[in-house]
Design a protein around this ligand. Structure first.
Ligand code: PLP
Length: 454
């Protein structure tokens, strides 16, 4: 849209670069960034514009958030109206209609039998909420010995203490000493020797789920509360679950009375071609954590979706007593709920929750073809994908992990395309409104960057 671009350039060119000293940036090399800052000023649809007014194609939906594309009018209008009508409502012992409405709308698209929603403000909070829910659930049932929490190597579950404990990213834990005790990890499912360049779910590796049997043998099921996994691990390089793996995990959890938690913070809201990856892969967990795409990234919000049976288990004891002693000041914040409702409307109107799947218009297949066309380019050692998620793994520079991929990131940024790298893997997660021309531009930009990467 040339008019929009012109407007963006006019505004962008007037955004002064602020003093950068005071802000301690998250998950960023602060000193390096401040020498050459990358500052965004505006966004619309598939694009950002930086403070110089330069257009940047968004290959990562901001940060796996903006599934409907940027600055969608319905969402903006919903937030503006809510801000004018009512800024805040206390969530404890009080309510407001939109929180109930949003919970109902989420349940309508959630897997059958998952009929209850607890609101938090981020993925990390959703994860810690789900872990606490699992522990409390077993206590309420009189199985208070079930306290062990199981995660998986190369898992990412946010940065709160519960999340880093069950998480499997050493870097996120090593500075902080011990976190939550009584945690074990299953092996991750990445098996490049058998599954290199897999398109969709890898064929081999369902047996990795048997690690759960080993942990049950070691600790006894009566001491294990829950297992948490991401259906697709995103932050550690796009690891797609092998065929049959999640099914097997489900069977073992059911057999042993262990709750299964799917962390769908990145897979939720259409990323894999269904509202949730649970539906894509045909496996219903006991709890789902989500965030990001829930509000299209416009207002922070996270949620835990629970099976009805879990909620009903809590609903015992005297009616005037609080059943689950947990909550946040901003649980179900009115602005977040308004954004969530506007977001779900937008997804529904445009068919975005299924667009990345077989019922879509073929965009996911086109995207898959695009990312796999990078096989054979310099430094590429594997390509993985599912729905509108793509991972391109590069050979790291010996002794300098992450450096090669980051140099590709910088090159793409200079060429006007935003990608994301994690370790030495490029992780793509474009808005679900992406068209073929955008796929071509993202893929060719990466190709150019790879060919000139050191
Ligand atoms: N869980 C998963 C699977 C994630 O990918 C993320 C963030 O990327 C989180 C949890 C944490 O979410 P947040 O950054 O909103 O706390």
């Amino acid at each position: 849209d040339p008019a929009l671009m012109q407007a963006a350039e006019a505004i962008g060119s007037h955004v002064a670069t602020p003093d950068l000293g005071a802000y301690w940036m998250p998950f960023t090399a602060n000193r390096q960034f401040k020498q050459a800052p990358r500052l965004l000023a505006r966004a619309s649809g598939m694009h950002y514009w930086d403070v110089q007014g330069r257009e940047v194609l968004d290959g990562v939906a901001g940060l796996w958030c903006v599934n409907a594309g940027h600055n969608r009018p319905r969402i903006t209008a919903a937030i503006q109206k809510q801000a004018a009508d009512m800024d805040f409502a206390p969530p404890f012992q009080m309510g407001h209609p939109k929180a109930f409405e949003l919970a109902s709308r989420i349940v309508q698209i959630a897997p059958a039998g998952m009929g209850k929603v607890f609101f938090a403000n981020s993925g990390s909070e959703a994860v810690d909420t789900a872990l606490k829910m699992a522990l409390a659930y077993h206590r309420v049932r009189g199985e208070g010995t079930r306290t062990r929490l199981l995660g998986r190597d190369r898992g990412y579950h946010g940065v709160n203490f519960g999340g880093i404990s069950v998480g499997g990213m050493v870097g996120n834990r090593k500075h902080f000493g011990l976190a939550v005790a009584g945690v074990d990890h299953l092996r991750h499912t990445h098996d490049p020797a058998r599954n290199a360049y897999s398109n969709g779910q890898p064929a081999h590796g369902a047996e990795f789920a048997d690690d759960l049997e080993k942990l049950v043998a070691m600790h006894d099921a009566s001491n294990i509360a829950a297992v948490i996994v991401e259906p697709i691990a995103g932050s550690t390089g796009v690891l797609v679950p092998p065929m049959g793996y999640l099914q097997k995990l489900r069977e073992l959890c059911t057999k042993h009375g262990i709750l299964l938690i799917f962390d769908e913070v990145i897979t939720g809201f259409g990323r894999t071609g269904a509202p949730f990856a649970a539906q894509t892969f045909g496996v219903t967990p006991d709890l789902i954590t989500c965030a990001k795409g829930l509000t299209n990234g416009a207002v922070p919000m996270g949620a835990v979706i629970a099976k009805d049976e879990i909620y009903e288990t809590f609903m015992q004891g005297p009616e005037h007593m609080i059943e689950f002693l947990h909550g946040y000041t901003y649980s179900g914040h009115p602005l977040a709920c308004a954004a969530g409702l506007g977001t779900l409307d937008t997804y529904a109107e445009e068919g975005l929750l299924t667009r990345a799947g077989p019922q879509g218009d073929g965009i996911a297949a086109y995207f898959a073809q695009g990312v796999h066309s990078l096989k054979g380019e310099p430094h590429v050692i594997d390509v993985r994908n599912h729905g509108l998620v793509g991972g391109i793994e590069l050979q790291g520079i010996a002794g300098e992990p992450t450096k090669r991929a980051f140099s590709v990131f910088l090159d793409c940024w200079a060429q006007g395309v935003l990608i994301r790298t994690t370790g030495d893997t490029i992780a793509l997660s474009p808005p679900l409104i992406i068209e073929r021309g955008h796929v071509d531009r993202i893929v060719e930009t990466i190709r150019t960057a790879l060919r000139r990467a050191a």
